[in-house]
Design a protein around this ligand. Structure first.
Ligand SMILES: Nc1nc2c(ncn2[C@@H]2O[C@H](COP(=O)(O)OP(=O)(O)OP(=O)(O)O)[C@@H](O)[C@H]2O)c(=O)[nH]1
Ligand SMILES: [Mg+2]
Length: 365
């Protein structure tokens, strides 16, 4: 039996088995086997295909990617937000490559990538689907672009992303697995488990050859999430849903669409350039970055360009961005801004910086 036949067989069995208390461990086991087979299948397909991926250089402080079906307006939006000039046309698959553009916002340089449209079956390799999805995996933020006249695309898109391990609107399951030499698998949960039972956890681990371990569940998760924990190559990126072409809807239709998407989408018209400033702001906020300015000791003004850092970054992180050797000579730092009580406050390497802080690093010479 080929890998594909085996996958089909297990999928059929899962379909046929009704889910209840008595079968849930069995279904969990089947799903784990399926996940494993799919992973192997994927490796087989991608081996010998090296060098075919898109060549894109990450640049700027963060990378954002535009994901959507063909003709939803990805290229139009890229052109509206950045200095890029990506080809726009009324037919599908206008964009065949990855086109980067740079968006400047509040001192941050945010790279936006326009990519070919994703279609149902992309994750299985349709179009250049797998290569496109590889680009998506590497971004800091995913913008899911929908055509307001066809929002059914959303679930199809989510499905393609899901099949390549991209988990939208989820956070990593709070589960830890400590492998051991002996003693079997013990499962401890500090919450009530309603979606999974301990036997299912053990069965899933068994499929992956884990026979001795302590599994700690800090939240109630599904069997699929348990498999995600073990599969490891799952990612949980930030995302925003954008509703484009709202200029094409009358108020009544817009209201309906809004309700269907539970008001979670950002409404724009890329062509009419409406709500683009609001979108830029939301992108910046979602990236959760802070701006830190540097200043030389004794000088008045600070650097015109900020360093863009993750929220929660410390003086140590900032020093490393300035120069990797600076830590060895570090004496202290002076900070002015929201993270301190008074101007030029003296702090150490572990001090957590805030947006807009001005930082001076003092070194021993
Ligand atoms: N009415 C309206 N039309 C739009 C809007 N944005 C884009 N379009 C039109 O939609 C068509 C497709 O736009 P593109 O930007 O090429 O779409 P795309 O998503 O890049 O398409 P592919 O590269 O083929 O995947 C073009 O005819 C655009 O003029 C919008 O906000 N409103
Ligand atoms: Mg395009």
């Amino acid at each position: 039996m080929t890998g594909e036949e085996r996958i089909k067989e297990i999928e059929d069995e899962i379909q046929k088995t009704s889910y209840n208390k008595a079968t849930q461990f069995h279904i969990g086991k089947l799903k784990a086997k399926l996940a494993q087979l799919k992973e192997e299948d994927l490796k087989r397909r991608s081996s010998g295909k090296k060098g075919e991926g898109f060549a894109v250089k990450k640049s700027g402080d963060a990378t954002v990617v535009l994901v959507g079906f063909p003709s939803v307006g990805k290229s139009t939006l890229l052109n509206a937000m950045t200095d890029a000039d990506s080809r726009v046309a009324a037919y599908e698959f206008t964009t065949l490559n990855v086109v980067p553009g740079m968006m400047e916002y509040e001192g941050a340089k945010i790279q936006i990538l326009d990519i070919p449209g994703i279609i149902a079956g992309a994750s299985a390799g349709k179009g250049r689907g797998r290569e496109v999805l590889a680009i998506v995996r590497n971004a800091d933020l995913i913008l899911i672009l929908l055509d307001a006249t066809n929002i059914r695309h959303l679930s199809a898109l989510e499905k393609e992303l899901y099949s390549v391990g991209i988990r939208i609107n989820q956070s990593p399951p709070r589960v830890s697995i400590q492998k051991q030499d002996k003693g079997g698998v013990s499962v401890v949960a500090n919450v009530k488990l309603t979606k999974i039972d301990k036997r299912t956890v053990r069965e899933i681990l068994n499929v992956y050859g884990i026979h001795n371990a302590t599994v700690a569940l800090h939240e109630d998760i599904t069997d699929d999430q348990m498999i995600d924990v073990i599969q490891k190559n799952r990612i949980y990126p930030k995302s925003l849903i954008l509703l484009n072409k709202i200029d094409m809807l009358n108020p009544a239709d817009l209201k309906k669409v809004r309700e269907e998407l539970k008001g979670q989408a950002i409404e724009i018209s890329a062509e009419k350039r409406s709500n683009i400033d609001e979108l830029k702001k939301k992108i910046f906020q979602k990236l959760d970055v802070i701006r830190v300015y540097t200043k030389r000791l004794g000088e008045k003004g600070h650097s015109p360009e900020p360093m863009i850092m993750h929220k929660g970054s410390t003086v140590r992180d900032a020093a490393l961005m300035v120069h990797k050797d600076i830590i060895a000579k570090f004496k202290n730092a002076h900070v002015t801004g929201k993270s301190v009580k008074f101007d030029e406050q003296v702090v150490g390497l572990n001090h957590v910086l805030k947006d807009g802080d001005v930082l001076t690093i003092v070194t021993n010479r």
